[in-house]
Design a protein around this ligand. Structure first.
Ligand code: IMP
Ligand code: MG
Length: 178
């Protein structure tokens, strides 16, 4: 049995599925006649990525990047380490970054700068979750799944101390419990 946390954010499997389908349709509309190049930010976005690309009925390519912010989710230092670089060039491509969650925004801000330097034709962001109340730096999110309040969320790819990425839903604990 999968265990649900007692925090304020609870997103059932069916709600995620419906929202991901809508995001896929929006991307397909916006990128009609083009070939988006989707970049999954490991590890947290791996399930969102897998579902999202299957909701986009367009020819597309994809790649993975792995970055890690120092500190835990509640003490993002803004220092980001590249763990695994892209395999494919992005120069001239219509890149869509696929993120699990935007919290302080520091990781995404770093990543966007890093990718921008490689001169894609366009650069957009799809994020499953956003916690606007925690933002320290402004970052664009073109395709957002759910705006959530400040709680530590996990499941559907996001971890709690590396566990629970396999939960098919999103659940949370209260920040003071972390
Ligand atoms: P940032 O604070 O926006 O830089 O967030 C960086 C990363 O921290 C995200 O991409 C997630 O991988 C992780 N993170 C932030 N908040 C949470 C959370 O509530 N649950 C799980 N991971 C989180
Ligand atoms: Mg992430």
């Amino acid at each position: 049995m999968f265990t649900t946390g007692n925090g304020p954010v609870q997103i059932p499997e069916a709600a995620i599925r419906a929202r991901v389908k809508e995001l896929g349709e929006a991307i397909a509309r916006d990128y009609q006649g083009r070939t988006p190049h989707m970049i999954c930010v490991l590890n947290g976005a791996f399930i969102f990525m897998a579902d999202l690309v299957r909701a986009i009925p367009l020819p597309l390519t994809l790649d993975f990047i792995s970055i890690s912010s120092y500190g835990n989710a509640y003490k993002s230092s803004g220092e980001v380490e590249l763990i695994k670089d892209l395999r494919l060039p992005i120069h001239g491509k219509d890149v869509i970054v696929v993120e699990d969650i935007v919290d302080t925004g520091l990781t995404l801000s770093y990543l966007l700068e890093y990718l921008e330097a490689r001169k894609p034709r366009s650069l957009r962001v799809a994020a499953l979750l956003s916690k606007p109340s925690r933002r320290q730096v402004e970052v664009p999110i073109h395709y957002l799944g759910f705006e959530i309040e400040d709680a530590y969320v996990y499941g559907y790819g996001l971890d709690r101390a590396q566990f629970d990425r396999n939960l098919p839903f999103i659940t949370s604990i209260r920040p003071e419990e972390e």
